[in-house]
Design a protein around this ligand. Structure first.
Ligand SMILES: [Zn+2]
Length: 422
């Protein structure tokens, strides 16, 4: 495998213990349980998705990210990556700086971490900096405010690589594996499409417009530009599309020939959405740059929630930090079907807005919930079939997240079951 550089120019390392090291290394360590979000971040940091960040941040980085939107060394960074821990757990385990701990999730050993610092944060202040509000109706704020205000920092080394279950195994790729994929496809430019959605035809055409944008000066013979559909897989909320339907629905677009296979690929990132709007847009740009993408689509209200951000706040912030941004933003406006134009068109072109039919998420949702096949104009039949097959197989009959799915969904990945303590 060739060396791959992350967006800051630093080499991407995969920090994973070798098989022979495992038992010696971890058998005497203090065990600390971490939640699913921290586990996702551990995997991301160890494998390079968050390069150059290789461990939970210390005080200076957290403050610098919150206040100046950069790491303490000046690298652009918009969302703090912290490991919050209860005071009582610090005391109970007699933790101090310099100790090495074993991070556990769900009874499995996940990673080792040498504690750099133990420090305090102010969750309300952090929320105001990151989300622009301390209103707990904002789901990101709610989560931040619910965390303990003590943090421990330290570099992460995975105990073993996560093993992905089907259908996720088909779509999981580390940054280094993305580099291999792009090389095998001959892609020089890659435009990322961030998604938590099953694709409707409006999305499909936005990706197609974005392909032309990203292709820039490359010419078309041979094709050297691709669209990477990069789904975010993480904490779900009731009513979201189930992860399996998103991945299999997106993949069906090239399986059914709406994209040629040589311009289309689907993968995912483990990341719990913060819904931090503009700041999260920058974070998405950084993660996709670490995958090797050169361009990134940003639509209306990117990574927003409710009416906490104005529709184009993210675009404005991205333009402000343009010189530091590791990827070219491709700004896109909403698509709709216009009966006068007689086609799927875009808010940038079509002058018949009052007569157009927008791709309303809630309308599509209600159609799918009624078990009705949407018209071809809204959703490709192959996408619908993939979504409904996923609903049956993985979603207890529904393509949307239900209580039953929350509690009983099949696991995305597992860690090796290492018998740590004899
Ligand atoms: Zn029109």
């Amino acid at each position: 495998m060739e060396d791959v550089k992350g967006y800051s120019g630093k080499l991407i390392r995969e920090n994973v213990l070798q098989e022979g090291q495992r038992k010696d290394y971890i058998s005497d360590l203090v065990e600390l349980n971490i939640d699913a979000q921290a586990t996702h971040e551990v995997i991301d940091m160890a494998l390079g998705f968050l390069s150059p960040v290789e461990g939970f941040m210390g005080y200076n980085d957290v403050q610098s990210v919150a206040e100046n939107m950069e790491l303490s060394d000046g690298t652009l960074w918009s969302i703090p990556i912290t490991l919050n821990i209860r005071e009582e757990d610090i005391k109970k385990n007699h933790l101090s700086e310099g100790d090495t701990v074993l991070l556990m999730n769900d009874g499995k050993a996940v990673a080792v971490m040498k504690i750099g610092e133990i420090f305090s944060v102010d969750n309300r202040k952090l929320s105001e900096s990151i989300y622009g509000t301390d209103n707990t109706k904002h789901p990101g704020v709610k989560r931040t405010m619910s965390k303990p205000e003590k943090c421990i920092s330290g570099k992460i080394t995975l105990v073993s690589r996560p093993i992905f279950n089907e259908p996720f195994d088909r779509f999981w790729k580390t940054p280094r594996e993305h580099a291999d994929l792009f090389k095998s496809k001959g892609w020089k430019h890659i435009v990322a499409h961030q998604t938590r959605n099953v694709p409707h035809t409006g999305h499909e055409w936005l990706m197609k417009y974005a392909w032309f944008s990203a292709n820039e000066d490359l010419g078309v013979d041979p094709v050297q530009t691709g669209v990477l559909v990069s789904a975010v897989v993480g904490e779900k909320r009731l009513g979201d599309y189930i992860d399996e339907a998103i991945l299999l629905g997106q993949a069906s677009l090239s399986e059914a020939g709406y994209f040629k296979k040589d311009v289309h690929a689907v993968s995912f990132i483990l990341w719990d959405m913060r819904y931090a709007g503009p700041r999260e847009a920058i974070h998405h740009a950084i993660m996709r740059a670490n995958l090797g993408c050169t361009h990134h689509m940003f639509g209306r209200d990117h990574a927003g929630v409710g009416d906490f951000y104005k529709p184009y706040d993210a675009h404005h912030l991205l333009q402000q930090v343009k010189d530091k941004l590791p990827i070219k933003p491709v700004f896109v406006l909403e698509n709709w079907f216009c009966p006068v134009c007689g086609e799927i068109t875009n808010a940038a072109f079509c002058g018949h807005e009052s007569q157009s039919e927008s791709f309303s998420g809630s309308l599509i949702r209600s159609i799918l919930l009624d078990g009705v096949r949407p018209t071809k104009r809204i959703m490709r039949p192959e996408v619908y079939d993939a979504v409904m097959t996923s609903a049956k197989k993985y979603g207890f009959g529904s393509p949307f997240v239900t209580e039953q799915y929350m509690n009983g969904r099949s696991r995305i990945y597992d860690f090796m079951d290492l018998k740590v303590k004899a």
